[in-house]
Design a protein around this ligand. Sequence first.
Ligand SMILES: [Zn+2]
Length: 235
Amino acid sequence: MIRSVRHADIAAKAQQAPGQWVLAQTYPSGVTAAAMARCVRLGERPGGTAYRPAGRYDARIDTVPDGVSLWVRCLLDTPAVLAAGLRWLFDTEQPDTAVVTHLGMSIPGAGNRWYGLAPSGADGQVVISANVSRVTWVRDDDTRPANPLGYGELEWLKGLIEHLGYAVNGAWNGYPGISGSISLAQAAHPSLTAAVDRYRAGCLAHPAAGVFCGCEAWKQAIAAAVRPAYTEVSR
Ligand SMILES: [Zn+2]
């Protein structure tokens, strides 16, 4: 007999620990579990209405000895995480020993997304990229993503960045691709730019190894970089 759960309780538990997978229920059939996983992601009936708004929760299924388990997790709130990313780019002081790659850092987003924070991307500008985390491909055609960025999604992100007070001066790619980029008018924090310059110069102790140096000092310089801080989650 299958113990039934109150999905409102599972949703509440997941919300208390964003990002952590919470076991919801084990179903006798994989079809049922997969259908329920879809309802969780979309906040749809039957059963998924506790997981609203759509995209707020992620779901995965696992085959176990007595059936197929459904796990859910609450995703970090994209606007809050993005705000933290912008603070990291423009307002965070990096130690004068820190090294940050030209790719910068990445932050997670709601709904199967991650965002890249490049301090010095195209033409030396700050570039924020939106990316699909887990890409699935159209059957028999591994050049066409089945779950690209949404139509208008990059425009939404641009609007969100502008709403947070930053001027955008370019945008490219996006739908129907799996990545899109937005460039910002403001330069990154000078200490962050300096950390990227130190990366580009490579390990000074071992010039032959350059940016790929594996020495302890180079690894420590990379580890010394202050990362985006995004603990806050709002609903
Ligand atoms: Zn070295």
